[in-house]
Design a protein around this ligand. Sequence first.
Ligand code: SF4
Ligand code: SF4
Length: 117
Amino acid sequence: MAVHPCLSCGACCAAYRVVLHWSETDPSLELHTPAELTEPLDPHRVVMRGTYSAPVRCQALRGVVGRDAHCGIYAQRPSPCRDLQPAWLHGEASPQCDRARQAHGLAPLDPSSWRAA
Ligand code: SF4
Ligand code: SF4
């Protein structure tokens, strides 16, 4: 069986600023985003460390982009990461996914990327 395309990519985790409401880091939530992986942005929001300065690379990202990169806190990743859909996973284009891959020299996904995943 082929590997999920995101598990050999990680480009979006090294392309965009990831901003979330501080409440997502509330330790009373079972799947909170670890506060130590964030830094303050404004009174209401925090940003994932590593995504607010160039070159962008979230500090939760493990591995090499385009080869074996993956989220080190997958179950606790914040809402912007949950919202970003890989292109064609559900039959729809994803310009964010395409742009991130392009920025890292990777071809965009297409429907065939999922056939054996
Ligand atoms: S850029 Fe697209 S394929 Fe790559 S990890 Fe992000 S969502 Fe997955
Ligand atoms: S928290 Fe995980 S999914 Fe979100 S940007 Fe960081 S490494 Fe990527």
